[in-house]
Design a protein around this ligand. Structure first.
Ligand code: ZN
Length: 471
């Protein structure tokens, strides 16, 4: 596979570690989809032990020797062998630069902060979570000191984990460009959308029919169920257990909401299509992993927003959805359905936000967290700053901490630097789709006139639907 035997030996060891990571991912998947509540303690121990084994294998002298001899064999080259070794070096440095005692203390503090966050959010009392957040900020700043190179800011050293080589200065610049336009769009469309009919999206939709329709859509989009699985969980997610050959997704269903489960599924399907598309020959190496979290998110947002809310998509799918729900949707016209699916409306909760207001939620968090890490913003100032920014960007003010500063899990996990990847993912997805439309002028029409075939198309044997000219 690799030209140099030294690189091959390093790749083989990385693959073995990836096999252990797969076992860890499967334990996580089971925990979210099937594990009985009483299994939590034993599961935490299993995951902790396995994590420890993987970490010590990365830190072993034998691993360092494999890495160094691979480095001398590629001698800084930029071919495939060289790029692989460089990426493994980057990951190795990230793992070993943070001292073990700091990593352990952070793991403990994070687990305590997460339970404190759950309780504080329930009680809507930020003050109960504040001391945990302060401790996590201190610990993450210490990790950033260990991780940063050159004149990199502390925040950038943390952001780098999710968006390698990304810079917060660039995110800020893009944010300042996009923010006033998003605010103007929201102010323009929110009043119109207030008058838009949407009641039919909240009629009665039997869950088994929602499942059948969702599976049909995902199969059409190219999600390969021989290498995938669709399950139910509290929060939708995608898990690349062993990409590209085992990539799973979840969603959650509500009988009175036909939109949420489906958009969740299409979003996670976008993540899964990305991972199912990795080169099987590179499986288990960084060559078959996401470039960055922003790029990963661009794939989910592309299918969810650029394709899944478009009039062309629904021109094709509304008749099929009506076959599943003749009582609920029989009287609904295409235009009304598409408008209801695309409502723009300022709302308190990021995960429920529409395509236009979503980035404003994310930019607010990015501005706050970068100040917490790099600036002198204090934790006690957070709730007020959050509410003031909500008012400035979205024209609404949270009534309490639960629908304001306490709503997201990220900070309780110590995941500072993650939020910008949502914003970048949205921008990347729009750029990719624009390029696709330019390269394929018939794209919109092909989506709208996609033809369903009762039998498999001979030109795409694994798909039941095809728009090739011969069909
Ligand atoms: Zn996503």
């Amino acid at each position: 596979m690799f030209d140099s035997p030294e690189v091959q030996a390093l790749a083989d060891e990385v693959r073995r570690l990836s096999d252990l990571e797969s076992a860890l991912a499967l334990l996580g998947w089971d925990q979210e989809t099937a594990m009985p509540r009483g299994g939590a303690g034993a599961r935490a121990r299993s995951r902790g032990e396995l994590t420890q084994i993987i970490h010590s294998r990365w830190q072993a002298d034998s691993f360092q020797r494999l890495l160094e001899s691979a480095e001398s064999s590629v001698n800084g080259g930029a071919d495939r062998d060289g790029r692989l070794v460089k990426e493994i070096r980057r990951r190795f440095d990230l793992r070993v630069r943070v001292p073990a005692e700091l990593a352990e203390e952070t793991a403990r503090a994070t687990s305590e902060a997460q339970s404190a966050w759950i309780d504080a959010r329930k009680a809507s009392k930020f003050a109960e979570f504040a001391p945990h957040l302060e401790r996590l900020i201190t610990l993450r700043r210490r990790a950033a000191e260990a991780l940063r190179s050159g004149d990199e800011s502390l925040y950038d050293a943390l952001h780098d984990k999710y968006e390698p080589h990304g810079r917060s200065a660039r995110v800020r610049e893009l944010g300042e460009t996009v923010k006033p336009r998003l605010i103007a769009l929201t102010e323009k469309y929110a009043p119109i959308c207030r008058e838009t009919r949407r009641d039919f999206l909240e009629r009665s939709f039997a869950v088994d029919q929602q499942k059948a329709f969702g599976e049909r859509v995902l199969a059409d989009l190219g999600y390969d169920l021989d290498h995938g699985l669709i399950e139910v969980s509290t929060h939708p997610f995608c898990s690349g257990i062993a990409s590209p050959t085992d990539v799973r997704v979840t969603t959650r269903y509500s009988e009175n909401d036909v939109k949420s489960a489906l958009t969740g599924l299409i979003h996670e399907c976008g993540h899964a299509l990305y991972e199912q598309g990795f080169d099987p020959k590179l499986a288990g190496t960084p060559g078959a992993e996401a470039t960055s979290m922003g790029i990963h998110e661009s794939q989910s947002r592309l299918w969810e927003n650029q394709v899944g809310t478009s009039p062309e998509f629904w021109q094709h799918y509304l008749p099929q959805l009506k076959q599943h729900f003749p009582d609920a949707l029989g009287d609904v016209e295409l235009d009304d359905f598409v408008r209801a699916f695309n409502i723009v409306e300022p709302s308190m909760i990021r995960v429920d936000a529409d395509e236009v207001t979503y980035n404003l939620h994310v930019l607010l968090r990015f501005e706050i967290e970068s100040e917490l890490i790099d600036g002198d913003l204090t934790v006690s100032e957070l709730p007020e700053l959050w509410n003031a920014k909500m008012e400035e960007y979205l024209g609404i003010r949270p009534a309490n901490d639960a629908e304001g500063v306490l709503q997201d899990i990220h900070w309780s996990m110590g995941a500072f630097g993650y939020f910008p990847t949502y914003f970048l993912g949205n921008l990347y997805s729009a750029q990719i789709y624009r390029a696709a439309r330019q390269a394929l002028p018939e794209l919109d029409g092909q989506i709208a006139h996609h033809v369903s075939h009762p039998t498999a198309c001979p030109h795409l044997p694994s798909k039941s639907i095809c728009c090739c000219p011969s069909c």
